[in-house]
Design a protein around this ligand. Structure first.
Ligand code: PEP
Ligand code: MG
Length: 596
């Protein structure tokens, strides 16, 4: 008997169970399991949810998404160009056109009045049960193919026209693959109390979004489907790396009483609605990283000194087509107006990597994070970015803002990009805005000095920089141990970049997740950083720490990074430094232990 099966039998269906995983975003949450990724499911008993008049419309939607799936599989087959066996994709296409599958879905909608998603799931479940009951491995494998096709269809449904799927009650998303940003954006966030995923690194874009929205995430949970069934009650305690499946009432009640951290956080939030200075009077700015216009309120409520990074590519999420210029303009206007006159750095769209819009004609790549991404797309498809730039320029009239380019590798790329921004500005009869570079590629940061005369400001994107520097994928929890911001050689690079910017009179921020981690604040101030850009929620925590540090003392302590040789030694030294310079301050700040 397989181990998973033995455990299942021992526990018995419905018995509480505890699973282990790695904390990715701290916190705890409880809700009903909703499987995403490779599980066909129906939550609770299906109830009629459409009227007779709506059946026709649902059938049209069904045909549209089948058509879309066909196109996607065809594109994939072409991109493989006989390099690998693509016969599995033909099987998927066969399922999409299977007359029994189609007629059963249509019948379920028209007779039982179930909506399209429910009907697809119910019919697929019947197919799967049939295949799984078969004796031959061949038929058993077909069950997996039905799951793939069903999930693809349901994905299209949930990502149509920017509508986020909502739930009737608090939900724990159980993602049976690597977590992606779409997993966070495709669902009503107010209903997502936690996420469990097979894989996903701490600085993956999905984790950054989840952290911004205060959704705990736990990753690396093994054999999830052996233990969790759709609709099960699940309690996630990411701080402890624990998942309680069907928890005892007593356990759930204990967690419900845990409000201490939140009360302290609220007090800091009210306190830090003002600028922060170190103990020796040096002003340090703490700005916000945001993705959507609604995040601006959060930034303001948390006392942001401005917006240090707008991840504008999220404007393209959950959309069927590239938005027109008016939609871009409305997005920037909402952000700039919401920012109440404070400075805002708008990053040009960082398309690619794990952020590929559904409609975007993206070639299949073996290494998407090192492939066609961000400024590389910009320089080839300028017409797309012309829309964005002219929308920013128009929305930016009368506001204090600047434009930043991501993933710049060479000075030549930046000069070409800047020339294009100037061209768009002059076509519109407008002044050239302040422009800068996000340093997140090792080559660029090593050559930072050469960029100085061509930029108005600089920012360091440690999330990507660390992954390229250490060749450790930020999305892969398996290699997290190599992904380390306090690696001695990396810190020396950061120190030298800060010095280069200071010597040249250019403002420099760090907007990667490293800057938002309270354990790094002393270190970064010691390295000379005066501008942090972090998720809104962490702003009061970082300001509280800064107010307890002396700039001169932190700087004097930092020279030791030249003699420390290993990451472990560096971590130990950093803990001692925090203790020495901050005393008990860190202990009183919530959500610190184990964070990124
Ligand atoms: C970074 O890489 O640090 C960064 C800020 O960009 P992103 O996380 O959006 O890739
Ligand atoms: Mg980046």
């Amino acid at each position: 008997m397989k181990k998973g099966q033995a455990e299942k039998n021992a526990a018995g269906r419905g018995a509480p169970q505890e699973l282990r995983g790695e904390p990715v975003v701290l916190g705890w949450g409880i809700g009903k399991a909703y499987m995403v990724g490779r599980a066909v499911q129906q939550q609770g008993p299906a109830v009629p949810s459409i009227s007779r008049e709506e059946v026709g419309g649902e059938i049209v939607r069904f045909n549209n998404i089948r058509e879309k799936a066909h196109k996607d599989y065809q594109k994939l087959i072409q991109s493989l160009e006989n390099t690998v066996d693509s016969s599995i994709l033909n099987t998927y296409e066969y399922i999409l056109d299977d007359p029994v599958f189609i007629s059963q879905v249509v019948e379920t909608m028209s007779v039982k009045l179930f909506d399209l998603e429910t009907s697809i799931r119910l019919v697929s479940n019947d197919f799967i049960k049939g295949f799984e009951a078969a004796d031959t491995p061949y038929f058993k494998e077909r069950a997996g193919d039905v799951v793939e096709v069903c999930e693809k269809l349901v994905f299209y449904l949930n990502n149509e026209g920017g509508r986020a799927k909502t739930f009737a009650e608090p939900t724990v998303l159980v993602v049976l693959r690597t977590l992606t940003p779409t997993d966070i954006l495709a669902y009503d966030r107010s209903k997502i109390s936690a996420v469990i995923t097979t894989s996903g690194g701490k600085t993956s874009h999905a984790a950054i979004l989840a952290r911004s929205y205060n959704i705990p995430v736990i990753s690396g949970v093994r054999n999830i489907t052996d233990h969790i069934k759709p609709g099960d009650e699940v309690l996630v305690d990411s701080d402890k790396g624990a998942v309680f499946v069907r928890p005892e009432k007593r356990v759930a009640e204990e967690y419900a009483k845990k409000t201490h951290g939140e009360a302290v956080y609220k007090a800091l939030q009210s306190k830090w609605d003002r600028p922060v200075y170190t103990k020796d009077g040096i002003r340090i700015e703490v700005l916000a990283n945001i993705s959507l216009p609604e995040d601006v309120d959060d930034a303001v409520a948390n006392g942001a000194d401005g917006i240090g990074l707008v991840r504008t590519e999220y404007l393209l999420s959950n959309r069927k087509d590239m938005p027109p210029e008016e939609a871009h303009t409305a997005y920037y206007e909402a952000i700039l107006k919401g920012g109440r006159g404070k400075h805002c750095t708008i990053r040009l769209m960082d398309i690619g990597g794990d952020k590929i819009p559904q409609f975007f004609d993206m070639p299949q790549e073996f290494n998407p994070f090192m492939g066609w991404r961000a400024i590389r797309i910009f320089l080839e498809r300028k017409e797309i970015f012309e829309t964005q730039i002219s929308a920013i320029l128009k929305a930016g009239r009368g506001h204090d803002y600047s434009i930043m380019a991501p993933m710049v590798t060479t000075l030549q790329e930046w000069i070409e990009a800047k020339a294009f921004i100037r061209e768009v500005a002059s076509r519109l009869g407008m002044d050239m805005p302040k422009c800068g570079v996000l340093f997140e590629v090792p080559l660029a940061i090593f050559e930072m000095g050469m960029f100085m005369r061509e930029i108005d400001f600089a920012s360091i994107g440690t999330n990507d920089l660390i992954q390229y520097f250490s060749a450790a994928d930020r999305n892969n929890s398996k290699v997290n141990y190599l992904y380390n911001p306090v690696e001695p050689a990396f810190l020396r690079i950061i120190r030298s970049a800060i010095k280069t910017a200071n010597d040249n009179g250019k403002q420099l921020s760090i907007c990667g997740e490293m800057a938002g981690h309270p354990l790094h604040t002393v270190l970064l101030v010691g390295l000379g950083l005066r501008r942090f850009s972090v998720i809104p929620r962490n702003i009061p925590l970082i300001k509280e720490i800064i107010s307890n540090i002396s700039f001169a003392e932190a700087a004097a302590s930092i020279s030791l990074i030249d003699v420390i040789e290993s990451t472990d030694e560096m971590l130990e030294w950093l803990k001692n430094l925090n203790n020495r310079l901050l005393g008990d301050v860190l202990k009183k700040i919530p959500y610190v232990e184990g964070a990124v």
